[in-house]
Design a protein around this ligand. Structure first.
Ligand SMILES: Nc1ncnc2c1ncn2[C@@H]1O[C@H](COP(=O)(O)OP(=O)(O)OP(=O)(O)O)[C@@H](O)[C@H]1O
Ligand SMILES: [Mg+2]
Length: 516
């Protein structure tokens, strides 16, 4: 291989510095067997992009970054979109292809399984991930419901209305009750809130009921997932790899990406400023990131852009993984300092345009024809440019990626079951659900007594809250009892929390409690 290429790579990636190893330089069809190319740990909070056509190696790149972060004591959060990352919990099995890749890249391959915690939106394949409706907020909820800009602003107003009235929005039944009230008996109250029509509220209600029918009730409510759980290390010092399992919600792609955005926004709100760290506190991988941005409102994109920009100073790195860089809005793309671009195909004129655009985002190089290289990269190869220690982009090098240390196949079901049974986190969130039910029942009893005393008042029948059992419903205030709600001691104590949390994690200052 041309000595000038190797010398340039050595200059860009000086020896003896801790970094995430990505792979070995490829030039003119030849691999230089030295795993030079990598991302300095302290630059992992400068965010990144892993892109490439289907099957080119994006998820494996994500895996090998996650593995090395964990080994260095950095917790990682990622979504296991296709179920193929769960294997990280088990050591990789020796295979001729692995040995071949290891020797081609000059990499000492040692099989290793990592400390993994599974999370799940249904609670079936991991610890139940849950958010309250109020902390999720109108913007993210609009994204999940597929609302347009006008509908989004109406939903925002509904949240404000609930906040003004001290109506705590915890689960879907709460929101449904408010929407039902505003599109029915309470329509008059809309007058105070310019631009909210009964009809639009009715549309929101229908969208919401549809989402609820698909099981969204499970992940809205209490106890909310504690984001501090993502920041843990195993007793051996390796970072916990928290993995959102998605095989149970394949049909709602907007859902998990929005949930991940909620987590990120929540982290942003809760973490202190960190200054310059020698390694990040947490790295967050958004696989299939196009799902986050497809059809999302301008307001939503702006909020994502803001959170991504600001979370860096809190020591959190964010990596977007997607097929084409054009899946990511330009304002966000501009903040992604580390780029691992796997092969791009150019079948259609649109593809070709995207390819040219992708090529233009790379720093200048005299060693490669960037556009041609992007089309000719093999599986598990990428054109890489990262931020060096001074924060300057390294010249691009075509890179043959090293093999991951953990298994690249999905973890067998029996192994997953064993993990879930052994997980304190899974138990913790399961137990907390029980505790919550008990709490609700106690409140319901207190309320039943109050109702008996107030029997003379022309109160709204409990069925207006959407047919939920009165005992369960009574814990929160049905909108028909607005006056009572405002005067109830429960409503008053929660009002402060509502006021802070009501606009959602993206806009508000979240409060955080540790439960253990
Ligand atoms: N670093 C690597 N080490 C070993 N094998 C790899 C590596 N990268 C890619 N491969 C091989 O390529 C295959 C496809 O990789 P991967 O699943 O990461 O692609 P992808 O870009 O995520 O695909 P999709 O778009 O379908 O999600 C893997 O199953 C593996 O066999
Ligand atoms: Mg993939």
């Amino acid at each position: 291989m041309d000595e000038k290429v190797i010398a340039a790579a050595r200059a860009a990636y000086p020896a003896g510095r801790a970094r995430i190893t990505l792979g070995a330089v490829v030039h003119d069809g030849e691999i230089h067997p030295d795993p030079l190319v990598g991302i300095p740990f302290e630059m992992m909070n400068r965010h990144g992009l892993v892109a490439g056509a289907t099957g080119t190696g994006k998820t494996k790149t994500l895996q090998l970054m996650a593995e090395q972060l964990s080994r260095a004591g950095v917790p990682v959060f990622l979504a296991d979109v296709k179920g193929d990352v769960s294997g990280m919990a088990a050591p990789g099995a020796p295979h001729p292809k692995i040995s071949e890749r290891a020797s081609a890249t000059g990499y000492a391959w040692n099989p290793e399984g990592f400390p993994v915690e599974f999370l799940s939106l249904t609670g079936k394949v991991g610890a139940q991930l849950r958010a309250t409706v109020s902390s999720f907020g109108p913007l993210l909820l609009s994204k999940v419901l597929g609302l347009n800009d006008t509908q989004t602003s109406v939903l925002t107003m509904v949240f404000r209305y609930a906040d003004d009235r001290g109506l705590l929005l915890l689960d879907f039944a709460d929101l449904r009750a408010v929407l039902q009230y505003l599109s029915g008996d309470g329509a008059d109250e809309l007058k105070e809130y310019g631009g909210m029509s009964r009809q639009t509220v009715g549309v929101l209600l229908r969208e919401m009921i549809e989402l609820e029918a698909q099981g969204a009730g499970a992940f809205f409510g209490e106890p909310e997932f504690d984001l501090a759980d993502l920041m843990r290390c195993a007793p051996d010092g390796r970072g916990i790899v928290s993995m959102l399992e998605l095989r149970d919600v394949q049909d709602r792609p907007a859902l998990f990406s929005t949930f991940m955005m909620w987590m990120l926004a929540r982290l942003y709100n809760t973490l202190p400023e960190a200054g310059d760290l020698d390694k990040p506190k947490l790295v967050f991988f958004f696989d299939e990131a196009h799902l986050l941005f497809n059809g999302s409102s301008k307001a939503f994109k702006e909020q994502v852009e803001q959170v991504v920009r600001l979370i860096r100073s809190k020591g959190v790195g964010v990596f977007f993984v997607t097929q084409s860089p054009k899946d990511v809005p330009a304002d966000i793309l501009g903040q992604l300092g580390n780029r691992v671009q796997h092969a791009l195909r150019a079948f259609t004129p649109d593809d070709e345009k995207a390819l040219r655009a992708a090529a233009r985002t790379f720093p200048k190089t005299s060693f490669y024809d960037v556009q041609a290289t992007l089309q000719s990269l093999g599986t598990g190869e990428a054109l890489v440019t990262v931020l060096d220690r001074r924060g300057a982009p390294t010249p691009p090098f075509a890179t043959h990626m090293v093999p991951p240390a953990a298994s690249m196949s999905p973890l067998p079901d029996a192994e997953v079951a064993r993990h879930l049974a052994a997980s304190a986190q899974v138990r913790e969130y399961a137990q907390a659900v029980d505790r919550h039910s008990a709490h609700e029942m106690l409140q319901a009893r207190a309320r039943a007594a109050a109702d008996a005393a107030a029997a003379a008042l022309p109160a709204q029948p409990a069925s207006s809250a959407g047919g939920r059992a009165p005992a369960a419903r009574a814990a929160k205030e049905p909108p028909g009892a607005l006056g009572k709600a405002l005067n109830s001691p429960i409503a008053r104590t929660v009002a402060g929390v509502v006021a802070r949390g009501i606009m959602g994690a993206l806009l508000g200052t979240a409060t955080r409690r540790r439960r253990r």
